[in-house]
Design a protein. Structure first.
Length: 168
């Protein structure tokens, strides 16, 4: 196994991490909430408040806007695309789709911005568009763990978009 030099992939000490260039992320820190999905943005984090007294964005200002995930869905601009294909996929399509929906629900509990935008199928290829690049990667990795096959990743330069291909 080849050794990776220590300087590759690591930032120098004392340097600040680069700010995200994702235009969908809010710039300010003011508390707001999404009028569509009711996600709340507070302390630079999006979350889903549990139902009950004090929920529905109490203390958050109503901006008439939507969260980054709802905006991506509205713009039809995914942050990640997962493609599943092959004869094995067709034989196990229902199991794999159930697994994907379960993983997305669990992930969405922790990160309300990580959602499946659309699932489409053309012949033996299923394409899943996601609002979060890491969600597409996570789904691909979990399918690979459970069903093996071939898994390939492609990232954009700024890593705000990922394309994941799984085949078996």
């Amino acid at each position: 196994m080849a050794k990776i030099p220590k300087h590759i992939g690591f930032e120098e000490k004392g340097k600040k991490a680069e700010r995200s260039t994702d235009v969908y992320l809010p710039k300010g820190g003011a508390a707001t909430f999404c009028e569509q999905c009711k996600a709340v943005y507070r302390n630079k984090r999006w979350s889903m408040e549990p139902p009950g007294p004090g929920s529905s964005g109490k203390g958050a200002r109503k901006t008439g806007g939507v969260c980054p995930a709802c905006q991506r869905i509205r713009d039809a601009n995914p942050a990640g695309v997962l493609t599943l294909s092959g004869a094995y996929f067709l034989e196990h399509e229902n199991d794999i789709l159930n697994m994907i929906k379960h993983l997305e629900a669990n992930t969405r509990d922790k990160n309300p911005l990580a959602r499946i935008m659309e699932i489409s199928q053309e012949k033996d290829v299923l394409t899943i568009a996601t609002t979060d690049a890491k969600l597409a990667q996570k789904l691909g990795k979990e399918i690979y763990k459970a069903h093996k096959g071939e898994l390939n990743f492609q990232w954009s330069q700024a890593e705000t978009f990922s394309r994941v291909n799984w085949n078996r």
